[in-house]
Design a protein around this ligand. Structure first.
Ligand code: NAG
Ligand code: NAG
Ligand code: NAG
Ligand code: NAG
Length: 292
């Protein structure tokens, strides 16, 4: 009985509160109107679709990717669609100096930042791991470390705006599949880092939301090329996927699942992990840490 009241009751109350609040607020496109948003990996695929949705909603966007030519087209289409402003800064996320300076420049272009959408990844193909250490390093740098660098650079602006970070991950960042070990490692790392950071923000009252977006197979050209002939799975539409990510970030959800069934999403959400994470908080002496 003591156990009941000490642990189970608060959990029940919290989960009920969570569902109540998450069901209570509805997404409206106007939520993005005039908002200042960065989208990385925006020259194609889901990133490009997100830029287009944001443009239609009347947001300011700064997009980045390596290909200047592709970005020019994305920006010009964003302006046609009604973006409050649209700019690009081309560069590679292999270069952490670029990543850091990119955020500063984007913030200057828009006069602040409300939403940071981290979406870029290094190309990967489905192959057995052939002891290519450099490939692991590149995956960790581009798919993970640059996300950390970008968030660190964006945090002062996001704190000012009560902003949001959307971290694009994958089902392969929740469960392990063969043939994508380096990619999978980088996506698991995002979950560990950003979920930990989210709890820290909660404890230290930093009002910046972090939305981990767990995607199944999406019908982007890159994903279709990489999986063709290797994987037989239905791919979900990138346009709708892009919209769901924006909705999730705007509603400040902790995680969203897209391109995977309801039951898969429920299992991937891992209630056991949530309970353990919640209970573990009782073991810390936070008041001491927070006063230092
Ligand atoms: C990295 O990016 C910075 C800033 O854009 C640039 O000055 C520098 O030359 C780049 N480094 C490399 C190795 O390309
Ligand atoms: C990524 O894949 C595209 C298309 O297959 C290819 O053109 C490009 O060179 C690749 N880039 C890298 C860095 O491997
Ligand atoms: C951020 O949130 C706090 C607390 O709700 C509020 O007082 C403040 O006005 C908000 N700032 C912005 C820029 O929305
Ligand atoms: C955090 O910011 C959001 C967006 O401005 C606001 O709706 C919310 O009330 C803030 N939460 C807290 C705890 O200040």
């Amino acid at each position: 009985m003591a156990f009941m009241t000490k642990y189970l009751l608060p959990i029940l109350v919290l989960s009920l509160a969570y569902y109540y609040y998450s069901a209570n607020e509805e997404f409206r496109p106007e939520m993005l109107q005039g908002k200042k948003v960065i989208v990385t990996g925006a020259s194609k695929g889901i990133g490009r679709e997100m830029a287009y949705h944001l443009a239609k909603m009347g947001a300011h966007v700064v997009v980045t990717a390596r290909s200047e030519e592709a970005l020019q087209k994305v920006v010009s289409h964003c302006l046609d669609l009604g973006a409050a402003s649209a700019n690009y800064i081309a560069g590679t996320m292999e270069n952490m100096t670029f990543a850091e300076q990119f955020v500063t420049k984007a913030g200057e272009l828009m006069g602040g930042l409300d939403m940071l959408i981290l979406n870029h990844i290094i190309n990967s193909s489905l192959v057995f791991f052939h002891n290519d250490i450099n490939l692991v390093r590149k995956n960790m740098e581009i798919n993970f470390l640059s996300y950390v660098v970008l968030s660190v650079a964006a945090l002062p602006m996001l704190k000012q705006s009560n902003g949001s970070i959307a971290v694009i991950s994958s089902v392969a960042g929740k469960i392990a599949y063969p043939l994508i070990a380096p990619y999978s490692a980088s996506k698991f790392a995002l979950d560990g880092f950003f979920s930990s950071l989210r709890t820290e923000y909660l404890l230290s009252k930093v009002n910046v939301s972090i939305t981990l977006c767990v995607l199944g197979l999406i019908n982007t050209e890159t994903a279709m090329e990489a999986t063709s002939g290797v994987l037989s799975e239905q791919a979900a539409p990138k346009e709708d996927c892009a919209l769901e990510i924006i909705k999730g970030a705007a509603l400040r959800k902790e995680e969203i699942y897209y391109g995977t069934s309801y039951w898969n999403a429920l299992l991937l959400g891992n209630p056991g992990r949530r309970i353990m994470e919640f209970l573990s908080l009782r073991k810390y002496k936070f008041d001491r840490l927070l006063n230092n």
